[in-house]
Design a protein around this ligand. Structure first.
Ligand code: PGA
Length: 249
């Protein structure tokens, strides 16, 4: 299984800035056991796609969200087909900022996962607990609730490479406070257990990414941990040099 090194650019970068960063990134060698994905803002996807065309690069483009319908009266939303049209092969679903700020419920996130996969987009489903939930001893119940709802309406047989989980403790996102090795391994073990319970045959082959204050300085240690099959990087992915160091870490 190749490790998935993914950049989440959130609501940063104009078209020109995104394309320039991606061009720089495309020149950085990717180790053979790794795969690189960039989740760019919707508005910059097409310019990123165009920029990559001349580059012979294996970097994959992804959207940061999608709406679970083919098309329709859903003002402000973007469909999986529209993402594919802009060169995306994957999509991020259920990021904690969308859960917390946009109020996305677990079941709606589950609809997106199923619909995106059915529309030929690979999915990275994000899960993770808040500090209050962790302090209240709810780590396992929160992760299992988010995972079971997120995966509820999928067929029982799916290609494992097409679905990854990103474990992102909310208290570690954008805070500079990275989870410790013990905390990461414990949470990833819980995710793996839930994946096995849901997909007895493919659960072991699905990638589990860690996200939350991953930096060039700590990526090497994190990527070696048990059940860590990649990283999802916000702040430290905005500069090609910094993200390039993480990809090679
Ligand atoms: P961060 O964000 O690396 O800036 O903590 C990670 C994420 O939100 O995906």
């Amino acid at each position: 299984m190749k490790k998935l090194m993914a950049a989440n650019w959130k609501m940063y970068k104009t078209c020109a800035e995104a394309a320039a960063t991606l061009m720089e990134l495309a020149d950085i060698p990717v180790p053979a056991d790794r795969e690189v994905a960039v989740f760019a803002p919707f508005t910059a996807l097409l310019s990123c796609h165009e920029a990559l065309k001349g580059k012979n690069s294996a970097i994959r483009l992804g959207g940061q969200n999608c709406y679970p319908a083919k098309e329709g009266a859903f003002t402000g939303e973007v469909s999986p087909a529209m993402l594919r049209d802009c060169g995306c092969s994957l999509v991020l679903v259920g990021h904690s900022e969308r859960r917390a700020i946009l109020g996305e419920p677990d079941a709606f996130i589950g609809e997106k996962v199923a619909f995106a996969l059915a529309c030929d987009l690979d999915v990275v489903l994000c899960v993770g607990e808040t500090l209050a939930e962790r302090d209240a001893g709810k780590l396992q119940s929160v992760i299992e609730r988010q995972l079971y709802a997120g995966l509820a309406i999928l067929p029982d047989s799916i290609v494992p490479e097409r679905l990854s989980i990103a474990y992102e403790p909310v208290w570690a996102i954008g805070t500079g406070r990275v989870a410790g090795s013990v905390e990461i391994e414990e949470a990833h073990r819980l995710v793996r257990g839930a994946l096995r319970a849901r997909f007895p045959i493919q659960g072991d082959a699905m990638r589990i990414l860690y996200g939350g204050s991953v930096k060039p300085e700590n990526a090497g240690e994190i990527i070696k941990l048990d059940n860590v099959n990649g990283v999802l990087v916000g702040g430290a992915s905005l500069q090609a040099k910094s993200f390039g160091r993480i990809v090679a870490a």
